[in-house]
Write a protein that binds this ligand. Structure first.
Ligand code: NI
Length: 162
């Protein structure tokens, strides 16, 4: 188990656009393993590579059903709307209200570079869109109702964090 340091808001690496992954080798597999370890250790439900300082289009998500690893993910369909609290491991101790699609469909590659499709509703939809936005240098705080002033302190220990 190897933990990586989670970059926090204000670190310029979180605002950069990540590069497409052309091949998955030892280095990428190690990164993915470390990302899962780091996410679970921090009680998060999602983590994107730039959050550990790596500008590659890789995200990991686990909303409690199955661990999901997405390489070069693209959102191809969205539907509906949900409004709720959202958080981010790069913005520790904070939460804010964000409106997102209630359904999201993503095309991506798995660790073996096979094409996969992942569909999610509710929390998984929120996590999918939140993580894909990280890869383009965006943080959820940009979408919080009330802007940065709309951020609140987390009051529950089990707050879901992406
Ligand atoms: Ni995040």
């Amino acid at each position: 188990m190897a933990l990586r340091k989670i970059r926090e808001m204000g670190d310029p690496i979180l605002n950069k656009v990540c590069k497409e992954v052309k091949a998955v080798g030892e280095k990428e597999l190690q990164l993915i393993d470390d990302m899962f370890d780091t996410m679970y250790e921090a009680n998060g439900v999602g983590l994107a590579a730039p959050q550990v300082g790596i500008l590659k289009r890789i995200v990991v998500i686990d909303c409690g059903d199955d661990p999901i690893c997405l390489i070069n993910p693209r959102i191809v369909e969205t539907d509906g709307e949900q409004t709720g609290y959202e958080g981010c491991l790069s913005v520790p101790g904070k939460t804010g209200t964000v409106t997102r699609p209630n359904y999201v469909k993503v095309e991506a590659l798995d660790e073996e570079m096979n094409e996969i499709i992942v569909e999610g509703e509710e929390l998984l939809a929120r996590a999918l869109i939140h993580e894909v936005e990280h890869l383009d240098g965006h943080l959820y705080v940009e979408k919080v109702e009330g802007g940065v002033n709309g951020l609140q302190d987390v009051v529950y220990d089990d707050e879901e964090k992406e």
